[in-house]
Design a binder for this molecule. Sequence first.
Ligand code: ADP
Length: 192
Amino acid sequence: MLNIVLFGPPGAGKGTQSEKLIARYQLVHLSTGDIFRANIKGETELGKLAKSFIDKGELVPDSVTISMLESEVNKFENPKGFIFDGFPRTSAQAQALDQFLSSKNAEITCMLALEVEEEELRVRLYNRAKTSGRPDDADPEVIQNRIDVYNRETAPVADFYRGQGKYKGIDGIGSIDEISNRLFEAIEAIVA
Ligand code: ADP
């Protein structure tokens, strides 16, 4: 299996690049943000709970997020692999994912981390707000909180994979195709 954690701050381009990766490697794309938004739209209990955190730019609690992610993974019978987009976002989620995968005799192949500086992120999220319809993109205070939460709780997840020798930083500045090509090269160097 090819199991990729696609990592990076809000606005780094994880969603866009996930599409390129699934097309090339036939992977299952699991975006926790997308799953939460689908639940919000469907007005499920999970959606109502998630919305109260997402609208403030806070993380949805680990217990909820981890069990949701595990049940999504379990829906697939013989996948070629997964792209985890927006997960794990805390050290507890990273540990839970490792344990869960090892119970299935699987593991994370690598973390590919899109590197984009903060000023550029603010510009991208501000522009995305015009078309995304996402309330969490529209409010500068919420954007700032998402960036702060990222720096405080999510950035340390990179060290978890660094410790396992699985971390690969990718320059996230450039055209969509330039960045995809960097990701493809990194993956092909790892699986070669
Ligand atoms: P972005 O990367 O642009 O911030 P996402 O779509 O990945 O957006 O996530 C949107 C929101 O959903 C996050 O700000 C957070 O509130 C919630 N969320 C997504 N994934 C997780 C996660 N793994 N753990 C907790 N909350 C999450």
